[in-house]
Design a protein around this ligand. Sequence first.
Ligand SMILES: Nc1ncnc2c1ncn2[C@@H]1O[C@H](COP(=O)(O)OP(=O)(O)O)[C@@H](O)[C@H]1O
Ligand SMILES: [Mg+2]
Length: 352
Amino acid sequence: MSKLFPSHDKGEVVAAVSDLNLTIEEGKLVTLLGPSGCGKTTILRMLAGFETPTSGSIRLDDTDVTRRPVNSRGIGMVFQSYALFPHMSVRENVAYGLSVAGVAKADAGRRVDEVMELMQIGHYAKRAPNQLSGGQQQRVALARAVVTEPRVLLFDEPLSNLDAQLREQMRVDLRAIQQRLGITSLYVTHDQSEALAIADEIVVLKDGVIQQRGSAREVYRSPASSFVARFLGKANIVPGTVVASTAAGIVVDVDGQRARMTSDDLPQVAAGESVSCVLRPENVAFRTDPEGALTVEQVVFQGSYIEYHLRIAGAACTIIDHEYAHRGTLNIGDRLSIDLTNTPLWIVPADA
Ligand SMILES: Nc1ncnc2c1ncn2[C@@H]1O[C@H](COP(=O)(O)OP(=O)(O)O)[C@@H](O)[C@H]1O
Ligand SMILES: [Mg+2]
């Protein structure tokens, strides 16, 4: 499906979403990952029924729901802003969807109790939303969304307003609850570590167009482009020259060293060809070497590891050391050498 918006400046249109074709398997959690403005919220709003696609359709099982109103789609939504009703208690917030749906009081009461227990918010039942922390409010919002047993749950950056530590805890809890209830979910985030941590599958989006989809491991290890490589974790993109290309692998010369790409699906490249290579910082082996060809340009302390910024084959790169407590640290200006013999290398198409 596609969504065009009129543009205010030039009387033209903005393609917020272009020819999106996405199927989500029942019970799975798919994350939609991309930078701000790439169309994530627009996609969720179309699925929920707050926007109508300019073209295309939305199906739930075999039913076309494209023209159905918001409240009869069986879709629940959780927002970054929680969007709780401020004048209602926690319990009333959670019960709201059931009373709108006309579920009998006794039955509704039992379901609200169950969900509040699952979400561990039972002891706040009588409080107003503004008497809760951000994390507690988000639990209430999730309880309110799941109590009506929607077929699909949509999450729009639900943890962005929480501090880092709570965010990491909440994503583990949220994933556990989604798996326990088996609710098919589409989870939007611009946070790559969140996407990697919770997803059955990741869909990477740029300018309203899907760049790649796959498991977290696939997308991280085998990025389809330098954009995907850079968006998922830290990626060094360095120039290399193909030395040999066979079905067993491609050997590439990077800065005078030999590195190898292996895959069931190797790109078609010939010896002598220039290529762009992805080297993940954690995979580059290095040692202090006064005669080394590389020079530390910047040192960034990260607690559990240290980052060294330097240049490999002229490209700005980062390598990281988790063992610095034993090995000691390097300083700006220190020389080192790298060893790419066992570094997994991945070739991506040159940037257009
Ligand atoms: N109601 C609207 N009217 C005009 N342009 C819009 C509207 N909603 C979103 N857009 C534009 O569509 C693009 C995608 O926006 P959005 O879906 O909010 O991105 P994201 O959620 O990934 O940050 C942006 O260029 C945005 O400015
Ligand atoms: Mg958004």
